[in-house]
Ligand binder design. Structure first.
Ligand SMILES: Cc1cc2nc3c(=O)[nH]c(=O)nc-3n(C[C@H](O)[C@H](O)[C@H](O)COP(=O)(O)OP(=O)(O)OC[C@H]3O[C@@H](n4cnc5c(N)ncnc54)[C@H](O)[C@@H]3O)c2cc1C
Length: 486
């Protein structure tokens, strides 16, 4: 690309905002999984919304694509330039201000590049919290989490990133800045544009800022590891805890013995919580914001006494077989760490394909039984390392990445479709699941996706190769009718 183009970009974002050397760009063109790597003409790092708009206009004028990037921790190959179109990485990392904290209305405004942990720290300074919780919140950003509608461990209580966002500022491909009604709790003035851009993975516009919801901090927490009688009984246990125990269930995470063993193998400082391995282990966290629940009686917070009563009945009823209860902050963080290190342990183990599927809550156990039976009948390997956010019907499991993968895929996604599930519960589509989207998404919905993409990004400049729209320049030209390919 011409020096003239790079000079124009430099004049917009300044020398500190433009990286052009291959050695400087390495970390921006390979993703967290290490499986997706590409090349970029430059990495552009704007420091303000007008700089984002000017960068997009400069690129669009030359037909250069833009790949928005936050912390580059996405898991589906959506944050690095992988299409063969000339592209720049648009890193939002310098736009990291967190301001306009309003403790009264429990909101704050964050720029897209603000890291999730930083947003939470800003909330904590006012006695509040931003609850999004997953293993990459030390690097993942507001823009990335909203663009993938990230979930994590406490969706059960607080919802996905979508539910935590009141409004967005977005820059369109023609440079128009859209404000979707930041900060309002009610706004029925037409189509909901906020929800359109959340989960769009940078294919419809660039998120530059968001107004986020904050929540009171927990006054007291109870964290424990339960061994359940069976996966079938998990929903009954969850419902009993939600209905009968004080506080709110924030985590209900499926951690069977093989997942615990795997993490302990790779992180020897962590220990299995129970002496006997739990086939159906579940990490549970219940929190209360009420000072009453935090008051001590007989040396224990009241919250604990209430939970023990329910636990006792669950043990009597045979739904829970054993329990380990965290007795200190240290024990709590060890339990949470067990869950947070599953993905890294899997990465260290082998080259897996990771499934991320959602089912109706009633269908989780029947799905696992059916998928195992079908894979076995086909002579294919069973899912390994099944974990999940059980309260959301979200299962993660892995299979070995070998030449049987396409057949495994057909079995797994065929069953997901039969059970009206989703083949991507929380990680998104990116480039990795693009063909799954074409194949498994409802046909009518997919057509609307294509129409939306054409309408908001007619030249396919925003994150090409991701989700929908032309994959590469040849296809882009074909779609635009510029060339006819066989
Ligand atoms: C160890 C680990 C654990 C994880 N656990 C979970 C989990 O439990 N639940 C879960 O849901 N996810 C999980 N994830 C994935 C999670 O979705 C991403 O980590 C995070 O949401 C992406 O944020 P990011 O800033 O890194 O975005 P990136 O990876 O940089 O980008 C992600 C996508 O968003 C787009 N994008 C980024 N910024 C913008 C912007 N400002 N405007 C428009 N588009 C943009 C990118 O183009 C890309 O398509 C995990 C990831 C890791 C590495």
């Amino acid at each position: 690309m011409s020096e003239e183009f790079l000079s124009e970009l430099r004049s917009i974002v300044g020398a500190a905002g433009l990286l052009t050397e291959r050695s400087e760009m390495g970390a921006f063109v390979t993703d967290w999984t290490g499986r997706f790597t590409g090349s970029a003409l430059a990495v552009v790092r704007p420091a303000s919304t007008p700089e984002v708009a000017a960068t997009i206009k400069a690129c669009a004028a030359r037909g250069v694509a833009l790949v928005p990037q936050g912390g580059n921790t996405g898991l589906v190959g959506g944050s690095v330039p992988i299409s063969d179109r000339p592209a720049v990485v648009l890193s939002l990392a310098r736009m990291s201000k967190v301001d306009d904290v309003r403790p009264g209305e429990r909101t704050l405004r964050a720029e897209a590049g603000a890291v999730i942990d930083t947003v939470n720290a800003a909330a904590e300074a006012h006695g509040l919290r931003f609850p999004l919780a997953f293993g990459a919140t030390g690097s993942a950003t507001v823009g990335g989490a909203l663009s993938t509608n990230a979930g994590g461990a406490n969706v059960l209580r607080f919802g996905n990133a979508r539910e935590l966002c009141l409004g967005l500022e977005v820059v369109l491909v023609d440079g128009t800045v859209v404000d979707t009604g930041s900060g309002l709790r009610k706004d029925n003035t037409g189509y909901d544009l906020r929800d359109l851009f959340i989960g769009a993975e940078g294919t419809l516009g660039i998120i530059t800022a968001a107004t986020l919801k904050l929540f009171p901090q927990a006054a007291v927490r109870w964290t424990g590891f339960l061994s359940l009688a069976s996966l079938e009984s998990a929903l009954a246990v969850l419902n009993r805890l939600r209905d009968e125990a004080p506080g709110d269930v924030e985590m209900f995470e499926y951690m069977p013995a093989h997942a615990v063993d795997l993490v302990c193998k790779h992180f020897p400082n962590l220990r299995a919580p129970l002496a006997e391995s739990a086939e159906t282990g579940v990490l549970v966290e219940i929190a209360s914001t009420s000072a009453r629940d935090a008051m001590e009686e007989n040396g224990e917070p009241r919250l604990n006494a209430g939970i023990f009563e329910v636990l006792e009945r669950l043990l009597e009823d045979g739904l829970v077989l054993d329990a380990m209860i965290a007795q200190s902050g240290q024990q709590r963080s060890e339990l949470i760490s067990l869950r947070e290190h599953v993905l890294e342990s899997l990465q260290a183990e082998a080259a897996w394909y990771h499934y991320d599927i959602a089912l109706r809550l009633d269908d989780v156990a029947p799905f696992l039984a059916a998928v195992r039976a079908r894979l076995q009948a086909e002579g294919l390997a069973s899912p390994s390392h099944v974990i999940g956010h059980l309260g959301d019907g979200n299962l993660h499991f892995s299979v070995t990445r070998d030449d049987t993968l396409p057949r495994v895929h057909d079995v797994v996604y065929g069953l997901v479709r039969e059970m009206h599930g989703s083949f991507s519960a929380e990680h998104g589509i990116g480039s990795a699941k693009r063909s799954d989207l074409e194949r498994y998404k409802d046909t009518g919905a997919y057509r609307v996706f294509v129409d939306l993409k054409r309408s908001l990004d007619p030249d396919g400049l925003l994150n090409p190769g991701v989700m929908v729209g032309p994959r590469d320049s040849a296809e882009a030209m074909r779609v635009r009718g510029l060339v006819t390919l066989p």
